[in-house]
Design a protein around this ligand. Structure first.
Ligand SMILES: [Zn+2]
Ligand SMILES: [Zn+2]
Length: 346
């Protein structure tokens, strides 16, 4: 069977691997249909992902069909079902695991990052990691994991219908945050430097959009929030100015939730932490309930004929074959602002 492997910086090959021959007790064999390329995969490709194995088979955003199940797999998982997967592991022993917050396990190994991933024709996984995707197509299924990460951030922020929530960064994860904040009845402000992404954010449920490159962010926020500032700011970029913006612009007694993975140190006016009595919370990966919430949302869009299915389709920038993966990664590394998701189709 075919697999994609990133060997060195800027190098990606199609390799031949043996198809899994045996399915152990409690294991499920999946036939991969679509696997999304994540921001972490492009970082690996560009040699900037310090967490990644080398070489590594990337891929953890999965749209698959169950091919076969091993002994002692629960009956709700049957061959032919469309599924996605929870690509994280947890050690069971660290402080996060002790607190049942497995998504933030200290020793987490994500598929395709710290261990080989799903960009191959077949994969065997423990049944606990396989998530039924209801009526979703395998293609839409590949969007579930990145959206779940955004959903989780809104959960961390404890957003309710009286909140004004600003999401900085309208990539896939930021879009997830926008959607869940909208689902919870909040007023949502989407911020990005790309007008096309902002237009899509509006379709996904943002009430207001701000182009942080061309507009005066402070002024716009002042007029939208009666000078209070947003109750919640979710940082989904990971850059120095956006992190500082989150702390500086959030309302007094507001919540800042951090998803963006900054690669360098950021300096803050720490007086704001105190004066505003801020809650600053990290948000990592997603929990099973976040996956279920995303699947439910996407199902509603797919099943409800009045809903705009094209909105979801427009999150898929390109679908490519394994043979096109290398050129696609090169193109993406040169056009980082233009991509929501690229899916690899087997
Ligand atoms: Zn990802
Ligand atoms: Zn742990």
């Amino acid at each position: 069977m075919k697999a994609i492997q990133i060997t060195h910086s800027q190098e990606l090959n199609i390799i031949e691997k043996e198809k899994p021959q045996t399915i152990g007790v409690g294991e499920v064999l999946l036939k991969l249909c679509y696997v999304g390329f994540c921001g972490s995969d492009i970082n690996t490709f560009m040699g900037r992902n310090t967490m990644a194995l080398n070489p590594v088979i990337p891929g953890h955003e999965v749209g698959a069909i169950i091919e076969a199940v091993g002994a002692e797999v629960p009956e709700n998982l049957k061959p032919g079902m469309v599924v996605t997967c929870n690509p994280y592991t947890n050690c069971g022993k660290c402080a996060s695991c002790r607190n049942q917050r497995f998504n933030a396990c200290q020793h987490n190994e994500t598929l395709g990052v710290q261990r080989n991933g799903a960009m191959m024709e077949y994969i065997v996984l423990p049944w606990e990691k396989v998530i039924p995707a209801g009526q979703l197509s395998p293609k839409v299924c590949a969007l579930v994991e990145p959206m779940s990460v955004g959903f989780h951030a809104v959960n961390r922020a404890q957003v309710t219908d009286i909140d004004t929530v600003m999401v900085i960064g309208c990539g896939m994860v930021g879009m997830g945050a926008i959607v869940r904040a909208m689902l919870r009845g909040a007023t949502v402000i989407a911020a990005d430097i790309d007008d096309e992404k902002l237009a899509l954010a509006k379709k996904m449920g943002a009430t207001y959009t701000i182009n942080t490159k061309t507009e005066d962010v402070h002024q716009r926020l002042a007029s939208i929030t009666e000078n209070f500032g947003p109750d919640v700011i979710i940082e989904a970029v990971g850059s120095i100015p956006t992190y500082q913006m989150a702390v500086n612009e959030v309302a007094f007694t507001g919540r800042v939730v951090c998803i963006g993975y900054a690669k360098s140190e950021v300096s803050f006016q720490t007086k704001y932490f105190v004066q505003k009595e801020l809650d600053i919370r990290g948000s990592r990966n997603a929990q099973p309930s976040d996956f279920r919430a995303v699947i439910r949302y996407l199902e509603r869009l797919t099943v409800d004929s009045s809903a705009d299915n094209n909105t979801i389709e427009s999150l898929i920038t390109r679908i490519v074959k394994p043979e096109e993966a290398l050129d696609t990664m090169r193109w993406w590394s040169e056009n980082p602002g233009k991509v929501f998701r690229i899916l690899l189709a087997f």
